[in-house]
Design a protein around this ligand. Structure first.
Ligand code: AMP
Ligand code: GLY
Length: 430
């Protein structure tokens, strides 16, 4: 009999989760999402349209359909306690319970956990629950800081002094968001992401990947959910040494051990966002889920059976041998509505041309009467795969160029120019 697996969420990342599951044999995919994603729907035996944070309705649906495992894409249902609710009904959830998901959903909890357990890689920080106290701290310390709302912000809420705001703008922002903030040392370096599969105790790492948060080419403009990402054939980057990667992974292992020591088991994907500084990797943040777009890169490269990985994660028996990725490069480019993120043009028709050998993932898009239309968030993405970064980039770029309509994307993602800039910056600071 087929194993029934529920995919929770309706974006590009969840389309990639469903796509990876569709390559496993004997899996029947069920899906729940706020708005129908045509890519996920095409792969599912059944689709339930429901807000992912309505955890009782989601769990009712899972139970009624005899689902055995659920895999959760976004953070909001984890924060709402979907894993707790599913567990109460005997359904295994790949995605941590809300107490462990605080690693992402409560930045103060995350920093305190690292500090209390003496885990390296934690930048200097101070948490506040009062805007005037936070503003006073800024006045008393004449240094650039990162200003982070303590709760979830959809990846758009961090402001960096000296980059997005000056000290006056920083204080205005703190007052605007109400004063629940972590102020932390501004880290200088190059960012990379290390994600891992976590089965409660063991972590199995994935290839390194790098996102591009800024809206425009050359890393300028407002922060977004992520405009695109790339990974390289050696599963690392030329600006990250083996020692850096080993240290980053050790930090993640210690964080999971610390959670266990505090009585919180973690089953799910762990996303480690690092700044590679002059003194090695420092933690920017953790996410309790796959990255979006990063999931599209890495799940496209996964050569082992994703359903087996999920089952072993739930059982606590995952080993490195269960996880293999192609030794190829990947480049993901998101197409977004013109005007995104500040004033996205919604409801604009799109024509998807011949996208060659690239993989297409749908995100925030409407499919009606045979036509595609933009919504307000990221529309769709293409992933190019190749033996080199240049090949992967060309495939993604040509695919993205095949789309006509009021959408745009970053031409620079995955290009040698961007990579060389990062290598040169790292050389400068070390
Ligand atoms: P986050 O929402 O935590 O991923 O932060 C968004 C972006 O802000 C990150 O990708 C970094 O580019 C930047 N950032 C966050 N924390 C720091 C920090 N302590 N120092 C410098 N940049 C940071
Ligand atoms: N791409 C960054 C994230 O998913 O948070």
């Amino acid at each position: 009999m087929d194993m029934k697996i529920l995919v929770v969420g309706g974006g590009g990342r969840e389309h990639a989760l469903a796509d990876a599951l569709s390559r496993s044999s004997n899996v029947e995919i069920y899906s729940v999402m706020g708005k129908e994603n045509p890519g996920i729907a095409a792969l599912s035996a059944d689709v339930y349209i429901c807000k992912e944070t309505e955890i009782h309705r989601v769990a009712d649906y899972a139970e009624a359909n005899g689902v055995e495992y659920a895999v959760v894409g976004p953070e909001a249902p984890l924060e709402a306690g979907l894993a707790n609710e599913l567990a109460a009904r005997g359904i295994s959830c790949i995605g941590p319970r809300k107490e462990a998901a605080r690693l992402e959903t409560d930045k103060e909890f995350c920093r305190n956990l690292m500090r209390d357990h003496g885990i390296e890689g934690c930048p200097g920080y101070q948490a506040f629950h009062n805007p005037e106290e936070a503003c006073r701290y800024i006045d008393e310390h004449d240094v650039d800081l990162a200003i982070k709302p303590i709760g979830l912000t959809g990846g758009k809420g961090v402001k960096i002094m000296g980059e997005h705001v000056d000290s006056v703008g920083a204080k205005d922002y703190i007052r605007e968001i109400g004063g629940d903030v972590v102020l932390e040392e501004r880290l200088i370096g190059e960012e990379f992401t290390l994600m891992a599969f976590v089965d409660g105790t063991h972590l199995v790492p994935m290839p390194l990947v790098q996102d591009h948060k800024r809206a425009y080419e050359g890393d300028v403009g407002p922060n977004t959910g992520g405009m695109g990402s790339y990974s390289m054939e050696d599963h690392s980057f030329p600006f990250v040494t083996d020692a850096d990667r080993t240290r980053a992974f050790a930090i993640m292992e210690k964080v999971i051990a610390a959670l266990n020591a505090e009585g919180h088991q973690y089953v799910g994907f762990l996303y480690g966002q690092f700044m590679n500084t002059a003194d090695g990797p420092k933690v920017i943040e953790f996410n309790a889920r796959f990255g979006d777009p990063e999931a599209m890169n890495l799940l496209s490269l996964l050569t082992s059976d994703f359903a087996v990985i999920l089952v072993k994660m739930a059982a606590g028996t995952l080993t490195p041998e269960d996880v293999t990725f192609a030794h190829q490069a990947s480049v993901c480019k998101y197409l977004v509505p013109e005007g995104y993120p500040d004033a996205p043009q919604e409801g604009q028709p799109l024509i998807i041309g011949n996208y060659g050998g690239a993989k297409l993932f749908f995100a925030n898009i409407t499919f009606k009467d045979g036509e595609y239309y933009t919504q307000t968030s990221r529309t769709l993405a293409f992933v190019g795969i190749g033996d080199t970064l240049a090949e992967a980039e060309m495939q993604a770029e040509q695919a993205a160029a095949s789309v006509s309509g009021a959408v745009r994307y970053r031409h620079d993602i995955g290009t040698m120019g961007v990579l060389e800039k990062r290598i040169a910056h790292m050389r400068d600071i070390r």
